[in-house]
Ligand binder design. Structure first.
Ligand SMILES: [Zn+2]
Ligand SMILES: [Zn+2]
Length: 371
């Protein structure tokens, strides 16, 4: 079938809107008519080579839409279902079987192999140019900067029909990443203190999630005053503007000592150190932001020995189905207002969306597909 997609021809090249051919669903696969797809920082760093997605290819990994066809053997979803496209995983490795599919042993291949992970056509792309030359697909199992996406049916998360489908794509990655790091990784205890370094879309989702926890001190650190104001509205009890104060000293002052938890959402290496230095004995610093490929960071050895944990988290950990379902319901209840971060653009305006995002004018751009 014909689809309209934003294609990246080669590394660093801009997105170009093209008409492509997409395969029909085979065994285990589902065809999703994309309603809207969020843009995540990972799309941009992949276009510039930080993830090894082969090009030409179609990016986009925060897609939501309606199932329009399924292949043989698919029973979990059926045409007409409203879905968010979750992360793909093999389902067979130790981590998948232990309920941690975000850490699938085949994750690299699943997210950016450029083709199907599973099924009889494993390894093959689903997209071609009209002349027949292949275009890589299945970025995060979906390549959702397109009017339709061919996905592995088991990765789909069915959402209620009355939920606002055009908003929900970002729950597949960015928003879940921030919220899941609080709900699944940190699980802050009563009266605890938590500092979030970088309150873009991921960090603000973390602040919203922290407000739903028994943590009583929630500190937001950023260099954009507008973002700090938003963080306060979403539940931060304190804010620190990095150019006005040393954030590590400020965190210690506010908490009367080190914080219990720090979340590093920037991927900026000097900030990683600040986040780690913000927690003390038995504290936990969780690394969330993506730094450029090959980046390294340093820690103070002695203070890390004191029971400190520095851990990474991907996509909010846990299962897509549980996390996305929870966030959809919390949003419906008015307790997780992530819609306030979203601005909509047409697929054809992807460059404007990226530019607005880079300039910090918009926190979560979402591309709407016209059908
Ligand atoms: Zn696996
Ligand atoms: Zn992402």
């Amino acid at each position: 079938m014909k689809v309209t997609a934003a294609v990246v021809d080669e590394l660093h090249e801009p997105f170009r809107i093209e008409e492509l051919d997409l395969d029909e669903p085979g065994p285990g696969e589902a065809l999703v008519k994309i309603v809207a797809s969020g843009i995540c920082h990972t799309d941009e760093i992949t276009r510039h080579g930080d993830l090894p997605m082969p090009f030409p290819g179609v990016l986009g990994h925060e897609g939501a839409g309606e199932v329009v066809a399924v292949g043989d053997g698919v029973t979990r979803v059926r045409p007409g279902d409203h879905v968010v496209i979750g992360w793909p995983s093999c389902g067979a490795c130790r981590n998948c079987r232990d309920g941690e599919p975000r850490y699938c042993a085949r994750l690299g291949e699943a997210l950016c192999g450029g083709g199907r992970l599973l099924g009889p056509r494993a390894g093959q792309t689903a997209l071609r140019r009209p002349g027949g030359s292949p275009v890589h697909s299945h970025f995060f199992g979906q390549s959702s900067f397109s009017t339709y996406s061919l996905t592995w049916a088991d990765a789909l998360v069915v959402v209620p029909r009355d939920a606002p489908l055009d908003l929900l794509g970002p729950l597949a990655c960015g928003i879940s990443t921030g919220a899941g790091a609080v709900f699944n990784t940190l699980k802050p205890g009563p009266g605890s203190s938590l500092v979030v370094y970088g309150v873009g879309a991921v960090g603000l989702a973390a602040v919203m999630a922290a407000r739903l926890s028994p943590a009583t001190t929630i500190i937001a650190v950023d260099r954009h005053p507008a973002r700090l104001t938003l963080a306060e509205e979403f539940g931060a009890t304190h804010t620190v503007h990095v150019s006005e104060a040393d954030p590590v000293a400020e965190v210690h002052r506010i908490c009367g000592g080190p914080a219990d938890y720090a979340m590093e959402c920037t991927g900026v290496i000097p900030v990683v150190r600040q986040a780690a230095d913000s927690v003390g004995m038995l504290g936990t610093c969780v690394l969330i932001g993506g730094a450029p490929a090959g980046a390294e960071f340093g820690l103070d050895h002695l203070s890390t020995l004191w029971g400190k944990r520095v851990v990474g988290t991907l996509g909010g950990s846990g299962r897509s189905e549980t996390l996305i379902g929870t966030l959809v319901e919390l949003h419906r209840q008015g307790r997780f207002p992530f819609d306030r971060l979203v601005r909509f653009y047409d697929l054809t305006d992807i460059d404007t969306a990226l530019q607005d995002s880079r300039q910090g004018d918009v926190l979560k751009p979402v591309l709407r597909m016209s059908h």
